[in-house]
Design a binder for this molecule. Structure first.
Ligand SMILES: C[S@@+](CC[C@H](N)C(=O)[O-])C[C@H]1O[C@@H](n2cnc3c(N)ncnc32)[C@H](O)[C@@H]1O
Length: 276
């Protein structure tokens, strides 16, 4: 079962435009995601859970890695997002992928158990109680199972060349809105320590970012700001004029004058549940 109130508190707006944004992010982060997953020797036939899969997440990559004898379960608490994910999965012919409406934090939700691997991307930063979420994930793994998390650090902000200050402003607005929405502001900075507290071994720490062409990069940062616009204004983080100014200037920058724009810097953490 999804927790409707938890999904309603989620800071990004979940509109069609936002889902299209997440599909573009999945394409941009493909190589980074494969590198993060290569830290685990994933075998054909494995069962894998993606937490907060969004409309696509890493499900095509995971589907490919576990092969036809494996199974991928995508879980997301937003029913419209799951509906979109199911149609994308059908369109792509990913027969070993199933998408469920489920709140990872809700013990009554049907996320399944005994997974060989859990994956999360841009998910933990939205959680109110990271220790509770990590404990739920640990309990969903088989003994000795793996958790790979690829999560954006709040600092440093994304960067362009030449530098554009609204990238920093947009990134700060997003994080302040996430924090006002009740999520832990240090969820990612604290992730290795919280993971140990939840009983995981921290096997590897890494980090990466992906530069993009200016149209894609500024376009995605503008789209993220649009997706969080209502929450930024409602929570008093900035006025509509201030947010719209940032969005307009990012759109203008997408039209030329820049060489490249980066994704956020992601912390990549490979964790292992206690062994058999
Ligand atoms: C920023 S999106 C990232 C989507 C995807 N992981 C990706 O990287 O493309 C975060 C997703 O997590 C979902 N989400 C957030 N908290 C959740 C929770 N507690 N349980 C299930 N889904 C959650 C949201 O609905 C949203 O689709």
């Amino acid at each position: 079962m999804a927790t409707d109130s938890a999904a309603a508190r989620y800071v990004l707006d979940g509109s069609d435009e936002d889902l299209r944004r997440l599909l573009k992010i999945s394409a941009l982060l493909d190589a980074m995601t494969r590198t993060a997953l290569a830290t685990v020797d994933i075998r054909p036939g494995w069962r894998v859970l993606e937490c907060g899969c969004g409309p696509l997440g890493a499900m095509p990559i995971l589907s490919d890695l576990v092969g036809p004898s494996g199974q991928v379960v995508g879980a997301d608490f937003a029913a419209p997002t799951v509906a979109r994910a199911r149609s994308v999965v059908t369109e792509l012919g990913l027969r070993n992928v199933e998408v469920r409406v489920a709140d990872i934090n809700d013990p009554a939700s049907s996320i399944g158990d005994s997974y060989d691997l859990v994956f999360s991307r841009c998910f933990l930063l939205h959680q109110r109680d990271p220790l509770r979420t990590l404990t739920r994930i640990r309990d969903a793994l088989r003994p000795g199972g793996w958790f790979v998390a690829m999560e954006p650090l709040p600092n440093p902000p994304p960067f362009s060349f030449p530098p554009h200050d609204d990238l920093r402003v947009a990134w700060e607005l997003l994080h302040r809105a996430i924090e006002r929405g009740g999520a832990s502001p240090t969820a990612i900075d604290d992730l290795p320590a919280t993971a140990r507290e939840a009983g995981f071994d921290v096997v590897r720490l890494g980090g990466s970012f992906q530069p993009a062409d200016p149209a894609t990069g500024f376009g995605l940062h503008a789209a993220t700001t649009v997706a969080v616009r209502a929450q930024i204004i409602a929570s008093g983080v900035a006025t509509s004029e201030e947010v719209d100014g940032v969005i307009d200037r990012l759109h203008t920058a997408a039209q030329g004058g820049y060489h490249w724009v980066t994704s956020p810097l992601s912390l990549t953490v490979t964790l292992r549940a206690p062994g058999p």
